[in-house]
Ligand binder design. Structure first.
Ligand code: IMP
Length: 424
């Protein structure tokens, strides 16, 4: 299928950056469709480590068209920083395309995010994501295309900064912003980015029509989705597969396979209930062995056993056709491994993911325990060479969520990927 959507099946940080980079080899075009610089994708190439926030991981492959779609909220300063960082390391960015319809994260969005999270306590990344999406939906946001019409932009922007300053000064007791100073900065930034701006919906559509392969790279994960996630402890966009359509301007009939990237255990950053969370030495072992510290904020991630209730839910809301199981090697030292198959809530067993945190925070995981493999699997390149207990663990995951795996990652490098099924 020429259009493949890749989504996070848990709370983000599933290793999507690595899988995108791996699949990008076969794609002609890679599209980011939601989120912003709250995302952090790590890709290891040869002996180099790349941290990407806004630019699709496909950029590390020469010749691939890399799109930041209309559904992304863009911090112009951050994208320039990322482009310059790639140039310094010899990476060509001439194939980067930024949607003229994408919304902009303004400096006041970051300040409001910071201030509001002090009381809301979502544990946001403080990158201005929520306030930028809120303004987009309230129709007081600004898009890339607005900056290309300075007079039109200046009038609307000055009025909006006046409103934002009233909010900051009167409600939050914080200093306001100087609209003219910001306009100067935004104009300088847009001049620098002009060469990358495009009607990316048209571009991606034409790419597909020409028979080329497009990979839609989701950021965050299913449980951080504004509708399907653990609201309000979610991000403000649609990381689920449907988001790939609205966030890129491509219709659902174009989408072929949907790959759910799932870590072999579970992690979460920020606040909110997490049934399989381990606050003991085992949780710490996951954190250390899996280097579970946020790419964007450096925060230690909360860790726990794999939760199949979540994966089943992700399979349903995304219409998953394939699984990519990552970080399986992190479980190498365990003599037994556990999978949560249901939640016990007030004496009842729940097999479906609850809609409410009041229920979720009372849920006690119901585990099955399986033998571990207690050996290094990080150099294995063929599925058949995995230890029998590892294969049993994978088969159990497939069985519990009703989706077969196509890829398994046993380490951060491209070469540490076991392919069972080609995805394009
Ligand atoms: P925001 O997206 O910065 O508004 O943060 C909202 C919630 O989503 C917080 O719990 C963040 O920790 C979480 N979050 C946002 N981006 C990511 C990500 O890329 N990985 C994991 N969690 C994320």
């Amino acid at each position: 299928m020429p259009a493949v959507v890749l989504v996070g099946a848990q709370w983000g940080d599933e290793g999507k950056g690595k899988i995108t980079d791996f699949l990008a080899e076969e794609a002609d075009c890679v599209v980011r469709y939601q989120g912003g610089s709250n995302a952090g994708h790590t890709v290891e190439l040869a002996d180099e480590k790349f941290m990407l926030h806004l630019i699709p991981s496909g950029i590390l492959h020469a010749e691939k068209i890399c799109v930041i779609g209309n559904g992304v909220v863009i911090d112009l300063g951050k994208v320039i920083e990322e482009i310059n960082g790639l140039h310094l390391r010899g990476i060509d960015t001439s194939n980067l395309k930024i949607s003229s319809r994408a919304s902009i994260v303004m400096p006041y969005h970051k300040m409001i995010d910071e201030i509001e999270d002090r009381t809301k306590k979502i544990g946001t990344t403080k990158r201005g994501i929520g306030p930028a999406y809120a303004d987009k939906i309230s129709r007081v946001g600004f898009r890339i295309c607005d900056l290309l019409h300075e007079e039109y932009f200046r009038e609307k922007f000055t009025a909006e900064v006046r409103r934002k300053n009233e909010l900051l000064e009167n409600l939050y007791n914080e200093p306001g912003f100087d609209a003219e100073e910001m306009i100067g900065q935004l104009m300088a930034q847009i001049a620098e980015l002009k060469q990358y701006i495009d009607d990316t919906g048209y571009l991606v559509h034409s790419t597909l029509k020409a028979g080329n392969k497009v990979l839609f790279e989701g950021a965050q994960g299913t449980l951080l989705d504004i509708d399907h996630g653990t609201y309000p402890y979610v991000t403000s966009s649609y990381p689920t597969a449907g988001g790939a359509c609205v966030g890129s301007g491509i219709g659902p009939t174009e989408m072929g396979r949907v790959i759910g990237v799932a870590k072999a255990y579970t992690t979460r950053v920020g606040e909110g209930p997490f049934p399989t969370e381990l606050l003991d030495d085992t949780g710490e072992l996951f954190r250390q062995r899996g280097a579970e510290f946020g790419t964007t904020t450096g925060r230690p991630r909360r860790c726990g056993w794999l939760d199949a209730v979540i994966l089943r839910y992700a399979a349903r809301v995304n219409g998953l056709t394939d699984l990519a199981i990552t970080k399986l090697d992190v479980l190498d030292t365990f003599s037994t491994v556990k999978i949560c198959i249901a939640y016990r809530y007030k004496g009842e067993l729940l097999y479906e993911f609850p809609d409410n945190n009041a229920v979720l925070q009372e849920c006690v995981p119901e585990y099955i325990e399986m033998p571990g493999w207690n050996q290094d699997i990080s150099k294995i390149t063929e599925f058949k060479d995995l230890p029998p207990t590892t294969r049993q663990y994978i088969a159990k995951i497939e069985d519990l969520c009703g989706v077969k795996q196509s890829l398994i990652s046993v380490g951060p490098k491209r070469s540490q990927t076991i392919v069972s099924n080609r995805l394009f």
